[in-house]
Design a protein around this ligand. Structure first.
Ligand code: CAO
Length: 462
């Protein structure tokens, strides 16, 4: 009997994935746990291991193909078996499930309730009258002005939207009950939520019907470039598509302000170089980013607002009693943001080790979706590459991000006009002005610079 090897669940709310590489051929003998295919989801590249030992029968997918969770990828005749196929036994995610906290359990229970509610939600009247009513509905939608608001659902009536769509709405401060769903039966899609957010932010016209999902959410009309020379079109991978969507959404919906400063890290850098000179293992070398994490862990405790999320729909700020910092990592596949957990409670050596491990996994394309979720603040250090400054875009649903550029020696003058050469690190805090005031941001950044300038004070304090 051949086993149908199916695409397992690979993360919360992930319904499909793209097959990047098929690592076996028909007729190959494979072992349990051997990687059969490499897939890419919106969040990560994942290796999918075999759940059985046996011989590969028919391979049913091609590289580059998008397949839904549960689709058969190939058949495998288990050792000593041949013939008809039967469903694979294991369809569990290859990732390790982290221990579930009470809060996570409560959240999952809430999502299950939301799913059930969404699925049980009565179809709007016009949908139950089937297709004949659809044209009338579209016409009505077209007539609405950008300022027109959808009537709130009647008490007891549920808004038809999946948990992931609801979560997106919450994250970007959209009241889901105000969103006009363009799916069957008025079902609300991610695109509907984003379009609503854009209209809230800038008054863009309401579309009559959701178009096919574009790869990039905002795009200009393009001329025919081939008129001027040879061209080639390179499809965007999932990670690039998600980056485009998330960043466009953040830029369009959050009123960003950027606060710039420079930290004198002359002493810190000397200390770092001295310490690293005695260490051979790259996994233990003290890095600029690890020091930034240590300082940020302390500051985010002092300034909890910077570690929060805005729940605009419910008019509240969600303050988090944990501090998980996302670190932007430059990888061949594009920007990935692994999250270092409990930064405020870790020693600098633990942060060095965590960062080294996560950055390595990011570059190898081995991060799990779990390792990239739950961040409360983000740091992006481009100093290893160069540049005098940049203005980072907030990583939704966070409210602030720190951008760090390359430290450079500059002459600094005191009141008497005496110049000294110091190593200055340019930093830029991007923050959501709905949540954080300019003076608060300036204080946050100044305190950070002072901690970086006086590393010895920092050692005593932390
Ligand atoms: N100023 C001066 N030098 C710096 C520096 C800074 N701000 N940051 C790092 N460096 C130096 C390091 O000291 C190192 O030099 P040595 O080997 O002589 O010590 C070198 O630059 C390379 O460091 P690194 O970039 O690997 O530093 P890190 O370990 O602190 O950073 C990581 C890890 C993952 C943040 C980094 O490798 C990375 O990927 N950065 C890019 C982030 C990014 O893409 N941001 C953009 C997001 S928006 O598109």
């Amino acid at each position: 009997m051949a086993t149908e090897f199916k695409l397992p669940e690979v993360g919360e709310n992930i319904e499909k994935a793209t097959v990047i590489r098929v690592l076996v051929n028909e007729g190959d003998t494979v072992k349990k746990e051997q990687t059969l295919v490499e897939i890419e989801t919106d969040k990560a590249t994942i290796e999918v291991p075999s759940t059985v030992t046996g011989k590969v029968g028919k391979i049913k997918v091609k590289e580059g193909e998008s397949v839904p969770v549960g689709a058969t990828l190939m058949t495998i005749a288990e050792e000593g078996e041949a013939g008809e196929s039967r469903p694979a036994r294991a369809e569990k995610a290859p990732k390790e499930e982290p221990p579930v906290s009470r809060k996570q359990e409560a959240r999952r229970a809430e999502e299950q309730r939301e799913t059930a509610a969404a699925e049980e939600a009565p179809e709007p009247e016009e949908d139950s009258r089937e297709r004949k009513a659809a044209p009338r509905r579209e016409a009505r939608v077209e007539q609405l002005t950008p300022a027109a608001r959808k009537a709130p659902p009647a008490p007891g009536q549920t808004v038809p939207a999946s948990p992931s769509v609801r979560r997106l709405a919450r994250e970007i401060g959209v009241d889901i009950s105000e969103v006009e769903g363009t799916g069957p039966g008025g079902r609300i899609s991610e695109d509907d939520v984003k379009a609503h957010a854009r209209r809230q932010a800038g008054g863009a016209p309401r579309p009559a019907r959701a178009a096919a999902r574009p790869a990039v959410s905002v795009s200009a009309d393009l001329p025919d470039f081939s008129r001027w020379g040879e061209i080639e079109a390179e499809p965007l991978n999932n990670i690039r598509r998600v980056i485009s969507e998330r960043l466009s959404l953040s830029w369009q919906t959050i009123p960003h302000v950027h606060h710039h400063d420079k930290a004198d890290i002359t002493e810190l850098e000397e200390l770092r170089r001295r310490r690293n000179a005695a260490i051979d293992d790259p996994a233990r070398k003290l890095t600029v980013t690890a020091v930034l994490l240590k300082v940020l862990g302390k500051l985010l405790r002092r300034h909890p607002k910077f570690n929060a999320s805005l729940d605009a729909a419910n008019n509240q700020l969600i303050l988090k009693h944990y501090c998980h910092i996302g670190v932007a990592a430059d990888t061949e596949r594009g920007l990935l943001v692994p999250v270092v957990r409990d930064v405020d409670r870790k020693s600098i050596s633990e942060l060095v080790a965590d960062l080294h491990a996560l950055a390595g996994r990011a570059r190898e394309g081995k991060l799990s979706p779990e390792e990239m979720s739950g961040g409360t603040f983000t740091v992006s250090n481009l100093g290893g590459i160069g540049g005098v400054g940049f203005t980072p875009i907030i990583n939704l649903p966070e409210v602030a991000i720190l951008g760090v550029s390359r430290a450079a020696y500059e002459q600094v003058f005191d009141r008497e006009g005496n110049g000294r050469v110091r190593l200055l690190l340019p930093v830029c805090l991007g923050y959501d002005h709905r949540v954080i005031d300019g003076a608060e941001a300036a204080r946050f950044v100044r305190e950070m610079c002072e901690l970086l300038t006086s590393p010895f004070d920092m050692l005593f304090e932390i």
